[in-house]
Design a protein around this ligand. Structure first.
Ligand SMILES: NC(=O)c1ccc[n+]([C@@H]2O[C@H](COP(=O)([O-])OP(=O)(O)OC[C@H]3O[C@@H](n4cnc5c(N)ncnc54)[C@H](O)[C@@H]3O)[C@@H](O)[C@H]2O)c1
Length: 329
């Protein structure tokens, strides 16, 4: 049975991906510094990978036999919010310690890695769309982006010096399921949904910001294709854009949510905040060619599904999971 170690398994992508892998019969062990607030289905070790480093192989083996040397590590653990890391850049620095510790495990145990980078590494690219080789260190806009770029560079150096096998996915605004934890995360789609559901005004930082929103199932599908290709040595040591290829502006986002909820929100316009990008539309050609990736969910369909998920989740959420203390970091 395939054994996949997922760091950041209590996060949005980690939860969706781990559950999807488990559904396919893959053996998953998560590591996260906080419990999962959506599900208790994912076996995991609670550990801060920056402060404490990776568990020893024997600790991993004790947690789940065979995980001293898993077949693959999926490295998602990070402080993942651009604006929060502008306020507190130490948390961006921490991300690279986390990645370093995970990479050392992969180097010593000779395990391939899939790393989640970000479209933030492009800074402010030019329309109409952005291909992978347009990342440029001089265009970095935020500490979060700087350390994602550093993480990528560390991985490239490990591939060169130690034959580490890797794939990197540059994600962009993943949304749709297990992402509604507003006490911990501040993600635009759920902030808008929540504010509109409660009849509050919404604040838009840059109404014409054009973003390649990614429905979560497209993201998970991209990872699944990457896992298969990497483990078969069919695609190794490549970096990919991963998104739905169905961009929208923030004002379009607000209007789409408002129409679905049948409300007319008061909109407060604010300028774009320091460190934030104002345009990102991915060129997905490379993922299409090498991975056979084809995004399936348009922006309108994805927002509809996301709202349906929130409304359903709000009805069915399990009280014991909500009791877990939020804001651990
Ligand atoms: N979701 C997106 O839209 C998006 C976009 C671009 C990049 N990414 C990247 O994808 C990855 C996953 O994103 P996400 O949306 O699931 O984020 P998330 O915040 O929901 O999850 C990240 C998880 O990592 C854990 N974590 C952070 N630092 C840790 C540490 N030192 N030790 C142990 N656990 C730690 C957190 O507790 C959290 O559960 C992140 O690396 C993020 O930067 C995500």
């Amino acid at each position: 049975m395939l054994k996949v170690l997922v760091t950041g398994s209590s996060g949005q992508v980690g939860t969706n991906l781990s559950l999807a892998l488990m559904k396919k019969g893959v053996s998953v062990l998560g590591i996260d510094r906080r419990p999962n607030t959506w599900t208790n289905q994912i076996p995991f070790l609670q550990r801060d990978l920056a402060a404490e480093g990776m568990p020893t192989p024997s600790a991993l083996n004790a947690a789940k036999p065979g995980f001293d040397r898993p077949d693959l590590v999926i490295s998602l653990a990070a402080n993942a919010k651009v604006h929060e890391l502008v306020i507190d850049p130490k948390r961006a620095h921490e991300n690279t310690t986390t990645t370093f510790n995970v990479l050392e495990f992969c180097r010593i145990q000779q395990v391939p890695i899939i790393f989640s980078s970000s479209r933030e590494v492009y800074g402010r690219p030019d329309p109409p769309c952005v291909s992978e080789d347009e990342a440029n260190v001089y265009h970095i806009l935020s500490p979060y982006a700087a350390y994602k770029m550093a993480d990528e560079m560390l991985i490239y150096s490990y591939a060169h010096c130690y034959n580490l096998k890797y794939l990197i996915f540059r994600l962009s605004n993943v949304y749709g399921r297990y992402d509604s934890d507003l006490q911990r995360m501040t993600r635009v789609i759920h902030i808008f949904i929540d504010q509109m559901l409660h009849g509050k005004p919404i604040t838009i930082y840059g109404r014409h910001k054009l973003i390649d929103f990614t429905y979560v199932d497209d993201c998970v599908n991209g990872f699944m294709l990457g896992i298969e290709k990497l483990l078969n040595n069919a695609v190794v040591n490549e970096t990919f854009n991963l998104s739905s290829g169905s961009p929208a502006t923030l004002i379009q986002l607000a209007n789409t949510i408002a129409a679905k909820l049948n409300v007319e929100p008061e909109i407060i316009d604010q300028p774009i905040r320091p460190g934030e990008i104002n345009f990102y539309v991915a060129d997905l050609t490379k993922a299409q060619k090498l991975l056979g990736y084809e995004p399936q969910v348009t922006f309108e369909e994805g927002i509809k599904r996301a709202i349906d998920w929130v409304l359903e989740w709000n009805k069915t959420v399990q009280p014991e999971l909500l009791k877990i203390e939020h804001g651990v970091y």
